[in-house]
Design a protein around this ligand. Structure first.
Ligand SMILES: *Cc1c(COP(=O)(O)O)cnc(C)c1O
Length: 226
């Protein structure tokens, strides 16, 4: 085990635990995802050895090159921008797709999942800051996207994901928590609103405060990316 990674994980677990103890119900769980982009598989395996059970993948090609080298014991979620023509490469090895942002993508995930005879869990990604450069559906269109995508037989909406604008984490997380709770109380058919994926290296403790149950951490675990 790399001593730096070991210390990083120890600190992150401690801080997540503190935020949870302070702001959340005892029965809530918050999972720590290790985001693996640019990280060689050997280093990814050291965090699996240290008990991390959740990996986040951004890039299809990089994931395909690394996945057979990963130690067993961790589930993989796809968190990056997903082109429709790449869905077929990841459909049977990832457990959850965090980046659903259009019906075109929903239809392709549904089609590929049907071929494999599975139902794919997905999160609707929300562009909470309304930024041009960011992926995700605009906040005003998320409800519609969820309603339409939930009609597809081989997709199950499980919640929401976001990447907030730089410097606006707290207000964004607060908005997301409200949206998540509103959608949850709407109880749309065939939707389970139980996962809120938000918080990265710089703001994960804050995300826990506002109801996140998956924090996605890359550089905070593995060090800065080249
Ligand atoms: C890279 C990335 C992360 C992790 O970012 P860090 O700042 O390195 O923790 C989380 N979520 C997504 C979608 C990412 O692309």
């Amino acid at each position: 085990m790399d001593p730096v990674i070991y210390e990083n994980l120890k600190r992150i677990r401690f801080e997540v635990g503190e935020a949870k103890a302070r702001y959340r119900k005892p029965e809530d769980t918050v999972r720590i995802m290790a985001v693996t982009k640019t990280v060689p598989y050997e280093r990814v395996n050291t965090v699996i050895d240290d008990g991390i059970t959740l990996l986040g993948e951004n890039r299809v090609q990089e994931y395909l090159e690394k996945k057979d080298h990963y130690r067993s014991g961790a589930e993989v979620h796809f968190i990056g921008r997903l082109q429709t023509n790449k869905v077929k490469y990841i459909i049977d090895s990832v457990k959850l797709i965090h980046s659903l942002d259009s019906m075109k993508l929903a239809e392709e995930i549904d089609r590929q999942a049907a071929k494999k005879g599975i139902c794919m869990d997905v999160l609707a990604e929300v562009n909470i800051g309304g930024e041009e450069s960011k992926s995700g559906a605009p906040e005003s269109e998320v409800r519609q996207l969820i309603c339409e995508a939930s009609q597809l037989k081989n997709i199950k909406i499980r919640g929401l994901m976001t990447i907030p604008p730089v410097g606006k984490s707290e207000e964004s997380f607060e908005k997301m928590q409200r949206l998540f709770c509103d959608l949850r109380s709407d109880k749309p058919d065939n939707v389970d609103m139980d996962i809120l994926s938000m918080g990265m290296s710089s703001d994960y403790a804050l995300a826990v405060k506002y109801g996140s149950n998956i924090v996605r951490i890359g550089s905070g675990i593995f060090g800065s990316r080249k």
